[in-house]
Design a binder for this molecule. Structure first.
Ligand SMILES: NC(=O)c1ccc[n+]([C@@H]2O[C@H](COP(=O)([O-])OP(=O)(O)OC[C@H]3O[C@@H](n4cnc5c(N)ncnc54)[C@H](OP(=O)(O)O)[C@@H]3O)[C@@H](O)[C@H]2O)c1
Length: 291
């Protein structure tokens, strides 16, 4: 099992990161809104993640809003040269906490500028264009704006999020797509319809990513798995003296060398538990049993 993964491997500035990252969305207040109840713990989670070897952190300026970006800056700036902070654009929040598209070329430019300002960076290393409000703003207009900002140097690498296989294929025709961030887990491997038009592809997107050497960053990898009665996960967990969360993460790490998990948590203890999953070695028999 490879412990690192390379993003944009054929580009002039590829990024190699450790294969277990951290997603910050759970660090905000309830409903991904406002400040965390325990701000010192949120800052400690970010610092501990990096101390324990995480060098890939996922965020968005619409978490909070701006809350996770500000926490990252406060906890980790000045950033270590090997740290990759990955953000997203294409959505925003309304005061009623709803999630709405924000994806005209002007919106995307404003979001990138806001991410650069709140993260205190001169260049966003990796940004996912999160597809939302499908069809309202054509993909080529959205990606065109992203590639324009890439040429200007505001963005190093462009990825896509919440994409079907067809949308990823269309994106690849338009320019270099470094990564994909989609819903995927042991418990959720097929395409699902979500509210607000999001429609992430399942395993058929992973297949395409593997063919093109594109890392797939799965989100909700625990959310959909942990509440379920997953007997097989429980059994493998007992065999490895591990927790179900750890086996869910270890399964992703073994499933494909192109998966880069970013399990999210608002708990320091869960973070420490989750990161230990990188040390678990599942045998071929374990993987066959899990299916
Ligand atoms: N591109 C997109 O559209 C998109 C959408 C959603 C999320 N994301 C990104 O993906 C990241 C991961 O998604 P997520 O955080 O929503 O979901 P997740 O990683 O599937 O799981 C988070 C949930 O699992 C719980 N959890 C974590 N570790 C645990 C453990 N060891 N034992 C028991 N429960 C545990 C967390 O609760 P506790 O806080 O109590 O640990 C939280 O409720 C996000 O943080 C965000 O950065 C991207």
């Amino acid at each position: 099992m490879s412990t690192t993964i390379t993003i944009a491997q054929t580009a002039s500035q590829p990024l190699t990161v450790n294969r277990l990252g951290y997603g910050t969305m759970r660090l905000t207040g309830p409903e991904i809104w406002g400040e965390p109840a325990n701000r010192p713990e949120a800052l400690q989670i970010l610092r501990t993640a990096v101390e324990l070897g995480v060098n890939f952190i996922d965020t968005a300026d619409y978490y909070g809003e701006d809350v996770t970006n500000r926490l990252i800056r406060e906890a980790l700036h000045p950033y270590s040269s090997d740290l990759v902070i990955c953000t997203k654009v294409g959505a925003t929040r309304r005061p009623d906490k709803s999630w709405v598209p924000y994806n005209t070329p002007e919106n995307l430019r404003a979001s990138i500028d806001n991410n650069l300002r709140t993260l205190k960076q001169e260049q966003v290393q990796l940004v996912h264009l999160r597809l939302m409000g499908h069809g309202q703003v054509p993909l080529d207009e959205q990606l065109g704006a992203m590639f324009e900002m890439q040429r200007e140097g505001k963005i190093l690498h462009v990825g896509l999020s919440n994409v079907t296989r067809e949308e990823l294929e269309a994106g690849l025709q338009l320019g270099p797509i470094a990564t994909v961030e989609n819903m995927y887990s042991y418990a959720q491997r097929t395409t699902v319809k979500l509210p607000h038009g999001a429609n992430p592809g399942g395993e058929e997107v992973l297949d395409l990513c593997e063919q093109h050497g594109i890392p797939l960053i799965p989100f909700f990898s625990l959310l959909h798995a942990l509440p379920k009665e997953l007997d097989k996960i429980g059994e493998i967990a007992r065999r490895h003296d591990a927790t179900p969360a750890q086996i869910n993460i270890a399964w992703l790490l073994h499933k494909s060398p192109w998966l880069l998990p970013i399990p999210g948590t608002s708990s320091l203890a869960h973070l420490q538990e989750n990161l230990k999953a990188a040390d678990i070695r599942l045998s071929a028999e374990d993987m066959a049993y899990l299916g």
